[in-house]
Design a binder for this molecule. Structure first.
Ligand SMILES: [Zn+2]
Length: 504
């Protein structure tokens, strides 16, 4: 007897539909899984068998072959177990024919037949919906997450026995479990407490504040350099409060990535752009992805469509910083994994803070030796420093008592400038000035009538390479967007040049 059940597996952060075929034939009792299962899938046999038996069903004492199709892709994790168990029931005549037509099934099994949550439900259901599945059966705990996809009916499963009864129409479908609680702030994310911080808390630093606003509006990489205690970290962390809103499609994409990475997902889409702040002791794998076992997305992928904030940039391992260069260029990262290599999205905005030297004092009262300073400078390699569109020195603020402008009012200007960019780039694969392809810059970011001479003078004076000139032009366009100006004027070029100083 043969039965087929639709399900899905994760490849990187994307779902891939899988058909689980179960064949029961005469012969000595045996159980074999074919079709590139990983170790976790192969080892699921005992769990599936125990779950079937403890749910009161018969385990066929015959030859059972489980085939996972398509055969060319690696199937990982335990989310296929529920589909395998239903396949065994179907092939053993314990399930009426046709009840699984148009239905896909996701879930891990406990030994007692309970259905447990699976990571990446959003990505898996999204892939199944695109493949034309009408109804998905998911663990009750994942049901509200699955419903975020839309366009597909979601049914909850709590136990294998109850699921069989529901499929046969003998029992009503169970209610969804409430989604898990929103997590508090973790080490690497300020989600949860960013409601409490505000740009209004930061006094003084008018130039650094305007750099932060430009970075938020145009998506530019930003480096603050200055001695400790100047408020540069406090300021950078508040970038999260002024970033432009996510579109619905972007929010779905970001939530899907976080779900596939095993981050807790509630029954709501992530409303804000991610803001990830890994510690400088983070390993290269934690930062860019990979690691032993199943390749996991790193901080740069969790920061996709948001910000990767590196405080104390000079303290990160040089190998970790070098590993950022390719993803910064391509906005995605390749992780080599036999037999295939995976590509994770990594369209993040890099924001960093750095001390001018190891002791932090910089020009005033530095106690470092020349050799120490030189070593530090080499650590922040020129190619990495070159990738920051905005490089701003932050010095100790003059004593000021007035509160700064609030996040809400800055965010309003940022959102308006962002909308102008979205309109301009409607037919292009990017939505912010920082991402305009170098070849398209002259045509898409034209200079105003008086700005040509200033542009040539700027290039000559700063001895700019093509790449540096392109970066300044993109920032100038963001300044023009914040001004609601149709073309780049001289003052925008001057402003962009000031925002890209030589640091440290
Ligand atoms: Zn020093």
């Amino acid at each position: 007897m043969l039965a087929a059940v639709r399900s899905a597996t994760l490849i990187g952060v994307d779902g891939q539909p899988v058909t689980v075929e179960v064949h029961v034939s005469s012969g000595l009792p045996a159980y074999q899984v074919v079709g590139l299962p990983d170790a976790a899938v192969r080892e699921s046999r005992e769990r599936v068998r125990a779950a079937v038996l403890s749910s009161g069903f018969e385990w066929p004492m015959r030859r059972i072959t489980v085939n996972l199709a398509p055969g060319g892709i690696r199937k990982s994790g335990s989310g296929l177990e529920l589909a395998v168990a239903l396949g065994v029931l179907g092939a053993n005549d314990a399930l009426p024919a046709g009840v699984l037509d148009g239905v896909a099934v996701l879930g891990e099994l406990g030994l007692d037949g309970s259905v447990r949550a699976v990571p990446g439900t959003l990505a898996l259901v999204d892939a199944l919906a695109r493949a034309g599945v009408e109804c998905v059966v998911v663990p009750a705990l994942n049901a509200s997450e699955a419903a975020l996809v839309g366009g597909v009916r979601v049914r909850a499963a709590r136990t294998l026995g109850e699921l069989r009864a529901c499929l046969k129409g003998e029992e009503p479908w169970p209610d969804w479990d409430p989604p898990p609680d929103v997590p508090g702030d973790s080490d690497s994310s300020i989600a949860g407490d960013d409601e409490l911080v505000d740009l209004g808390d930061v006094r003084g630093l008018p130039f650094a504040r305007s750099a932060l606003e430009v970075a938020a509006a145009g998506g530019h990489h930003l480096l603050f350099c200055g001695p400790p205690g100047t408020g540069k970290t406090m300021l950078a962390r508040r970038l999260a409060t002024i970033l432009p809103p996510l579109t619905h499609r972007e929010a779905l994409e970001v939530t899907r990535i976080h779900s596939a990475a095993g981050e807790p997902v509630t029954g709501r889409l992530l409303a804000r752009r991610p803001f990830r702040a890994p510690h400088h002791t983070a390993s290269t794998a934690a930062l860019v992805g990979g690691g032993s076992g199943r390749a996991r997305p790193g901080e740069i992928t969790l920061a996709h469509r948001g910000v990767l904030f590196l405080d104390e940039l000079g303290e990160f391992a040089p190998t970790a910083l070098d590993a950022l260069r390719q993803p910064l260029e391509e906005r995605s990262v390749r992780i080599s994994r036999q037999p295939v290599s995976l590509t994770f999205p990594a369209g993040f905005q890099l924001v960093a803070c750095s001390n001018p030297c190891p002791c932090g004092a910089g020009a005033q009262g530095c106690r470092c030796s020349d050799a120490q300073r030189e070593r530090y400078r080499r650590r922040l390699s020129a190619p990495l420093l070159d990738r920051f569109d905005l490089r701003v020195r932050v010095d100790a603020p003059e004593s000021v008592d007035v509160r700064g402008e609030s996040s809400a009012s800055v965010a309003e200007r940022v959102a308006a400038a962002y909308e102008r960019q979205c309109a301009r780039y409607a037919d292009w694969p990017w939505s912010q000035n920082a991402h305009v392809a170098a070849g398209a810059v002259p045509r898409l970011l034209p200079l105003g009538p008086d700005a040509d001479d200033a542009w040539r003078a700027l290039i000559a004076e700063r001895i700019l390479t093509g790449r540096g000139a392109t970066r300044i032009r993109r920032v100038a366009r963001t300044l023009a967007d914040l001004d609601d100006a149709s073309a780049i004027a001289v003052e925008h070029l001057d402003g962009a040049a000031l925002l890209r100083s030589d640091v440290p």
